[in-house]
Design a binder for this molecule. Structure first.
Ligand SMILES: CC(C)(COP(=O)(O)OP(=O)(O)OC[C@H]1O[C@@H](n2cnc3c(N)ncnc32)[C@H](O)[C@@H]1OP(=O)(O)O)[C@@H](O)C(=O)NCCC(=O)NCCS
Length: 327
């Protein structure tokens, strides 16, 4: 049986650090409120107006290829999970391929907000498991600072910019993407969306004036759904595969809010020592978060470790992927 194994990981975050002290000067908030309610201390922001999501991803993909000693021309397929594409079309994945010289790859974007990376990982794994391709690159990348209203204290404290990328290759060993449970429910759109810029409300003077091109979030209902759904889907993938809490080496949870992560870990029956966290340093980087966690923790992972990657985000979209680490 062929499985898709993650054989390499790379990440990129912009240099500029926006900390809570600076946000205190921008909106009516406090460091204490942000830390206790969300867990975020600082986030990275792309200050260069000439750079977009694809430019962050290019750094990660180049680094990934260098680490693995492969040429971008060897990539068969590149999928980019993002809700902050450089432009509506062409896809950011197309632009990444052009910029890194992945001229033999085809590529597409996948829009699933904070679940973008796990959706893309699950999708990419199928092209390997069927024997169709040998090298698939899965990117999660978001430049949230470009769609955040920095006068809205309910959203600007949470989000940041960043991205990560993994290489998927075939293996016949008992490692790789073992299983996934993915969900979506468009009824959640009302709580978390961008009001304008699509075919429903194309950009106009009015939409700009009314700040409709920024993230709208009704935080409390999103929080309630996230706490319930992320824990439920995590337990679902474990039960489906007979995994007990002691079998899990790491929970790799989307970093929207530390309280949501704590609730998931407690439902799984695992301690903090098994939970990857980087929300303090990066905030919520949407599709970038989970590959950034893998990048941060790569040196602590061992071959055969059971990882549970779980996310919840706009859509609503949510899901959980069981990965057996391959190196
Ligand atoms: C956004 C979120 C952090 C807000 O936390 P919360 O505990 O729900 O806070 P509430 O929205 O109930 O607001 C509580 C109070 O804090 C205030 N508040 C909101 N943001 C604030 C800030 N940055 N600083 C200070 N006060 C703030 C509110 O105005 C409210 O004041 P009031 O009681 O006088 O009306 C939380 O709802 C959340 O994490 N939601 C889910 C996010 C998520 O998972 N998104 C999906 C993936 S992107």
């Amino acid at each position: 049986m062929i499985r898709a194994a993650i054989t390499g990981v790379a990440g990129y975050v912009p240099e500029y650090i926006l900390n809570n002290a600076e946000l205190e000067k921008m909106v009516d908030t406090t460091d204490e409120w942000i830390i206790t309610r969300t867990g975020v201390r600082e986030r990275r922001i792309m200050k260069n107006p000439e750079k977009a999501t694809s430019d962050m991803a290019v750094e990660a993909v180049k680094d990934l290829c260098a680490k693995k000693g492969i040429s971008p021309e060897e990539i068969d397929l590149l999928i980019c999970g993002t809700v902050t594409p450089d432009m509506l079309f062409p896809s950011t994945a197309n632009l990444i391929c052009a910029k890194v010289g992945a001229k033999n790859a085809w590529s597409f974007d996948l829009s699933a907000a904070c679940s973008g990376f796990i959706y893309a990982l699950s999708t990419g794994s199928q092209f390997i498991a069927t024997g169709k391709y040998k090298k698939v690159v899965v990117v999660g990348a978001d430049m949230m600072s470009r769609i955040i209203d920095y006068t809205d204290r309910t959203t600007c404290v949470i989000f940041g910019d960043g991205c990560g990328a993994v290489l998927l290759e075939p293996t016949t060993e008992e490692v790789g993407i073992m299983d996934f449970v993915l969900k979506s429910d468009g009824n959640g759109a009302v709580y978390l969306h961008m009001k304008a810029g699509g075919s429903l409300k194309p950009a106009s003077l009015e939409t700009v004036d009314k700040k409709m091109h920024y993230v709208f979030q009704d935080g409390q209902p999103v929080f309630k759904h996230a706490v319930y759904a992320m824990a439920e889907v995590t337990v679902a993938v474990m039960e489906k595969n007979g995994l007990k809490s002691e079998d899990v080496a790491w929970l790799v949870p989307h970093q929207a809010n530390k309280r949501i992560v704590d609730a998931t870990a407690s439902r799984m029956g695992i301690g903090d020592d098994k939970v990857m966290m980087n929300i303090e340093r990066y905030g919520n980087t949407t599709a970038g978060t989970i590959p950034l966690l893998l990048w941060d923790y790569e040196k602590r992972l061992k071959k055969g470790d059971n990882l549970i990657l779980s996310a919840f985000g706009g859509g609503f979209t949510w899901g959980s992927v069981w990965v057996k680490w391959a190196y």
